[in-house]
Design a protein around this ligand. Structure first.
Ligand code: ACO
Length: 399
């Protein structure tokens, strides 16, 4: 690797790397990816083993603090998060005044940004106690705010969290429970959702995590940085892809054109038509998360007794694409989002909530990276160079 900053100082040389395809912006000890071999590890542990043996909060701890927690550390962490699930009442009312038909991602980022207004004792990046408090506030409150964004969109009353429930069960109750009757969490849904959230917890320097780090490099607080990350995640080429996949599958079904015709349109790059949920900047072999998600798709739909044509269309699309030279030559494989939408739909989530689920999953990674950046004495404010291609100096007309 090359230390570009000293080279730039000495020579004035600037590298142009659109999309940061070959520029490392940081050193990081959190997540390892080998895109050619399809390897993903959190703090050295393979994602397959994490998915099999861990849970959401334990993995969050691992990402944030660097090692697996002891049983008592994890218990205390869980309790502390449960104690912080309530929103300040005024903040809860913020969700009342936002438009009911707003996209839940904009509602979630607004709420996250507003945390900085309500929890001013957790804003100082140079005070470890405040950083710890901001971490707990975010982990505790993001699922609650996500549920309020959803309840608002369907015109139902917000529920208060039930802190006797675990992290995922509490969230499911806030989403699907009502004031009218008690809500029983379906253990199949809970287990599968926990697994999906775990698979999303970190993915090194993706666009939203890089955004969180960039904003954090200005010494902006953790809430402001994470809210920027949520906005970065909302784009269809990043977290918005899971929503786009389901939309695409629905359109293929409604058009009746058949999967092969659709694939032809993708290959002809008709009006920029892409196979959503396919391709990845880093994975050029397969996305190990996609393999795990596909297993979950079959399990969840079978357990819930849901038969969904869209899953059949997705499988047919995958089969055709994997055997087609266009996709093979470009090393395009299903990514983590190809099957998540079908599972979320079977669980009862509306399409507009899919990216919100991704945000809940990704939160520990954002926090871990922000803290790693914040604790690193070599961190500088992020400030890319540019190559100016505009007009040379000219005189402004005299008036
Ligand atoms: N469908 C069809 N063709 C594709 C697709 C796709 N999904 N993805 C890439 N290609 C083609 C491009 O047209 C290009 O072809 P060309 O060389 O003939 O011009 C070639 O493959 C390389 O594509 P790039 O856009 O240069 O690849 P890049 O690494 O920049 O993009 C990305 C990665 C954004 C993920 C892209 O594959 C894509 O748009 N996929 C669909 C959206 C999606 O699923 N995003 C989720 C990403 S994962 C996540 O955020 C969790």
């Amino acid at each position: 690797s090359l230390d570009i900053s000293s080279l730039t100082r000495q020579t004035g040389l600037i590298t142009l790397d659109s999309g940061f395809v070959n520029t490392a912006a940081t050193r990081s000890a959190i997540t390892f990816i080998d895109g050619d071999k399809g390897i993903l590890r959190y703090r050295g542990y393979p994602i397959e083993q994490i998915a099999q043996n861990s849970n959401f909060l334990e993995t969050a701890w691992l990402l944030i603090y660097g090692a697996l927690p002891s049983a008592s550390e994890l218990g205390a962490f869980d309790q502390r998060i449960r104690r912080h699930t309530l929103l300040h009442e005024d903040l809860r009312r913020l969700f009342d005044v936002l438009p009911y038909n707003a996209h839940p991602m904009s509602v979630l980022s607004s709420g996250t940004s507003a945390l900085a207004a309500y929890y001013q004792d957790a804003l100082d990046p140079n005070d470890p106690i405040q950083v710890e408090l901001a971490t707990v506030h975010l982990l505790a409150k993001l699922p609650v705010m996500a549920a309020y964004a959803y309840k608002k969109s369907i015109g139902q009353a917000f529920l208060y969290p039930d802190n006797s429930l675990g992290y995922v069960d509490n969230f499911l109750r806030l989403i699907f429970g009502t004031l009218a009757e008690p809500y029983e969490v379906n253990p199949v849904v809970s287990k599968a959702l926990e697994r999906l959230l775990m698979l999303h917890e970190d993915h090194e320097q993706n666009a939203s995590t890089s955004t969180v780090r960039l904003v954090g490099s200005t010494e902006a607080n953790l809430f402001a940085s994470v809210s920027a990350g949520i906005n970065a995640l909302s784009g269809p080429l990043h977290g918005g892809a899971n929503e786009a996949v389901l939309k695409m599958l629905g359109e293929i079904k409604a058009s009746g054109e058949g999967v092969e015709k659709f694939v032809e349109r993708v290959k002809n790059k008709e009006q920029g038509v892409r196979l959503m949920g396919f391709g990845h900047r880093v994975y050029k072999n397969y996305d190990p998360r996609a393999t795990l998600v596909k297993e979950s798709a079959d399990e969840v739909l079978a357990a819930l007794g849901v038969k969904d044509d869209l899953l059949d269309i997705a499988k047919e699309l995958e089969h055709i694409a994997l055997n087609d030279d266009y996709f093979r030559e470009r090393k395009l494989y299903p990514n983590v989002d190809f099957y998540t939408g079908v599972i979320y739909k079977a669980m009862g989530f509306p399409t507009s909530m899919f990216t919100v689920l991704f945000a809940i999953g990704r939160l520990p990674g954002w926090v871990a990276h922000w803290r790693e950046m914040n604790e690193d004495p070599t961190t500088k404010i992020g400030r890319p160079q540019q190559l100016y291609i505009g007009s040379p100096e000219r005189n402004f007309p005299k008036r």
